[in-house]
Design a protein around this ligand. Sequence first.
Ligand SMILES: [Zn+2]
Length: 524
Amino acid sequence: MRIVIFGVDGLTFRILHPLIARGALPNFRRLSEQGSEVILESKFPPVTPVAWVSLYTGLKPAQHGVYDFWTYEQPTRKARVVTNRKGGKAIWNILSEYGKRVLVINVPMTYPPEPVNGIMVSGYMTPSASVSFTYPGSFKDELYKIVPDYRIDLESEDMLSVEMEGKVDRLIDATLYMTERRIELTNYLLKTQLWDFCMVTFVGADRLQHPLWDDLSSLEGRALEYFHLLDHGLGLILEQLEAQDCLFVVSDHGFQGASRSFEINEYLYKKNLLGLGANIRQTRNQARRISYLKHTINRIGLLTLTRRVARGVKTVAAMREKFDDVHEPIMADFDWEHTWAYVPSHSSFPGGYADIFLRQDLEEERLAALCDDLKRQIDPQSGNPLLSALYTTEVFGSGPYALCEPHLLLLPHDGITFRSSMGNKYLWDDARVRHDPRMRCGVHHKDGVLYAYGHGIKQGFTGPNAEIYDVVPTVLHCMGLPIVDEFDGSIIEKLFIEDKQPLPNALKRGATTNEFVQRRLKKD
Ligand SMILES: [Zn+2]
């Protein structure tokens, strides 16, 4: 029994289902007809680094230590980029311990690469192609012999080209090119290596859905070529599976189109929970004047001028996105004495969530009043509530990397996302793409994708929602291995033809040998 995990960043049934229905994705159709399909939820929070690490460890953030793209140093509050988990075993560590041969290809948040019983090629968040991004280190040379122009991810210019110059084709071409190379490498390794487990991740869906959501969700435009290519790659892998093998398609989070945004830090400032220093007050005032002008211009319909002004807003915004190793976070100029609640991260907008940091000494009544008020926020344009869910710190789990301050985690109503910048005069605004208020922006959503297919998996079955933490225990179970480690998820029993009894979650390793052998015997 061998397992392939086919990971796709940001994959959603909102795109897959209509494409399958129109006959465009024969291999995904095969999975839904001959395998099982489940919504895979990613909530705490639905942002790439946290979600992939949670998915490949079966653990919540307090166990693996990843809460965002950044970790905040104390007491400076400087944000340091994270490229791997701080703790917890990945599924390839567990399988390596069992002597299984693993191939780990381009999974995000796996830099630096770690020793495994097999091969690892680090994925998204690897700083550049010039570093050592493979295990064993010597495999890097072989990789470039097999696939001379291998790409770990897109160049930032390819991604920015859409936002800055509206050059859609450049982004699409680069995404297709990168994906073809990844398919090539994966197929080569599956054919030439001995393997028991392969996990490969494709990031193009996320890269295209953010700027091109309206095209993709209306099944129009060249970006759809990406999904055809993904389906082709899936087909090549399916061809290599044997009768005893299984394949899982998983995503770290889903996607949705957002037409509206809510300024969470401006809101906290207005509630007297966030204090601003002199510098940030000045830039905020400039931005507020421009945002007011922008709204007035929008109302009288001078779109060209709007675009020019909107670019100005971007320049004076108090926070700018940076992907350097260390950078001054948003809150560099907050007045800490008068700050009780704030959102330090740029991830809110694309991630479709807000993670509010609270001061330890925020009084209970004030916190309760904040929660009540957030729940009462209504979009004046649509009449929809701001929130679909409000969670407290406990949802991040418990463990060695538990957060030191209390948090509130907000998930918005469909069609809404959060901005964490300062300076918009309007708490509610359009979540526009390329400064066009008619275009929705693609942002993350909690509902992602899971397909299971192969030996012992139900056919044509649609199961109840599962969570990203369930993937590791489910795959171990599928491979007939005992669940020795403690996970924050559990086996998705319903995927399997026989209703197997769940294994106790915390067996001691020594005590499992017999059961392990018995299970192996039963299975083979
Ligand atoms: Zn992602």
